[in-house]
Design a protein around this ligand. Structure first.
Ligand SMILES: [Zn+2]
Length: 103
């Protein structure tokens, strides 16, 4: 099999998705061919880089989600405090009105 035909196998091989019989064929070729060996090394490297980038992307996304839920929690706490103050003020106001009406 000439070199260009092996080149189609390099990518699945780098991703470890090549069937074993083809893997054996390619390994024999890789032992003899610097060009294809370098290509496999490059493919594995870029594959790792992509995986790292994807992982970093996922991490950043969940960080943003964390930040969003923290902000929501802050708003809810704030609304709770304001609501409690309003209810308290209303209660005081009604007590005051009742006291005035009585006395
Ligand atoms: Zn080759």
């Amino acid at each position: 099999m000439p070199c260009p035909e092996y080149k189609a196998l390099l990518e699945p091989y780098a991703r470890r998705e090549l069937p074993e019989n083809q893997q054996r064929l390619l390994k024999d070729h890789l032992a003899a061919c610097d060009d294809c060996r370098a290509a496999v090394r490059y493919l594995r490297m870029s594959d790792d880089a992509i995986r790292v980038a994807l992982l970093a992307g996922t991490a950043r996304q969940s960080q943003e989600e964390d930040e969003r839920s923290r902000r929501l929690l802050r708003v809810m706490v704030w609304l709770g405090v304001v609501g409690a103050l309003l209810v308290g003020a209303l209660y005081m106001f009604l007590r005051l009105m009742a006291m005035r009406a009585n006395g």
